[in-house]
Design a protein around this ligand. Sequence first.
Ligand code: GLC
Length: 473
Amino acid sequence: MEIFHISAECYPIAKVGGLADVVGALPKYQSNAGHRVRVVVPCYDTKFRKENEFECVHWGHVKLGNFNFPFNVLKETTDRLGFELYQIEIPELFDRKDVYGHQDDIERFLSFQIATLDWIIGRNEMPDVINCHDHHTGLIPFMMLYCHKYNRLQYTPSMITIHNGLYQGQFSFDKLYYVPEFDLSHVNVLEWGNCINSLAVAIKCAWAVTTVSPNYLNEINFSANGLEALFNMVRYKSKGILNGIDIEVWDPATDTALEKNYSIKNYEVGKQENKEKLCKLFNLDPTKPLFSFIGRLLEEKGGDLLPHASAVALSENYQKLNILILGSGNSMIESQLSSLLQDYKGNYNAFIGYNEELAHLIYAGADFLLMPSRVEPCGLNQMYSMRYGTIPIVRRTGGLKDTVIDFGDGGNGICHDQATVGDVCYSIQRAIKLYDDKKQLNKIRKMGMNTDHSWERVCQEYIEMYKQIIDKR
Ligand code: GLC
């Protein structure tokens, strides 16, 4: 089968969050399973672009209303990623370091989508299926169905995979003229909430809708930032497929970012050495349990709870635990976290920023990983942490609920229900007790390390979904 994945992020090319990890891994496993898989992402100003070889396989001009931007389609030549990588180079719009957060993001991602379809339509063969990811690619299923210049793609099935329904790529009808020509009788398809809503458009037009966990699919039927009714309407073509993780990139036995590699056979020694390294780096106490948070410091991830919860836990249990935070995001949360350092030196530290290598070392060296998310469509960090023998402490929501069960119920982690400082601190108390019960602690660590979250198993579910929509054609 020939599969196209179209996305704003893909690891290791450009990563902001878990979307990149999924788009960097799923295609590789689909490729291993014998399919021809191509991944298309914009060409940002990244280290990856500078350090790798590309050949130009197509060029043209993308027309966005009255603007015309030259673009190139660059193919990475070594195929070392395990799939074919194509980057759409539109210098005026994407030759920048940050993936998101620009005033012209609507123009940027619309141009990316149009350029991608312009290129695909110029090829001899049409793909078997186009898998779009999140709102940045949400107009593609619409354009394939209705835009005159893409009518050769009318019968090519498209699927939208939703990694986060909070972000929807809305823009005003003033910019309707950006969308390539289509029969205006279909204009209402673009509308949701009095504007053009890219994610809603994809949900309406894609032949299938997937979310990144089954429980998230249940939740968005009653909480989806205004899209609830729409999700209810398309239930018949929707499925929740739990993400996998790339077990080659995330393997404590071979991970080059670790101080010491380890497996389930010697994880106690292995974890301890990594913990000592971390504690040395961050001035922490290696004899005490180490709690960590890794990720974006946003309300959605419960990032706003961290400063207060850390202060409470460190005051009540002073010198009984360490807390180490790695992340960036909301500047107020960042500065609150930095200022805690004065009061809790020796038991607390925070690295404000993004650091992939350090994240790996933390998964290996920490004892517990905090994920107090308000919204978590799937969550990958709990799976990485379990693979490294680190026990996740999660709020029961989205994919966290699908993957973590409280040890009180015989499970692999610690769970709470509310996104509150009280609930987080109560879980921390339980973890400290658990840390002293080495037999129980090791049982839970091993359970995590033995869990199979590999894409090998999961990627078949995607293929089944594609087959279903191909059969509908
Ligand atoms: C988004 C979601 C996260 C999910 C990831 C990959 O970042 O917030 O929960 O795991 O996408 O699908």
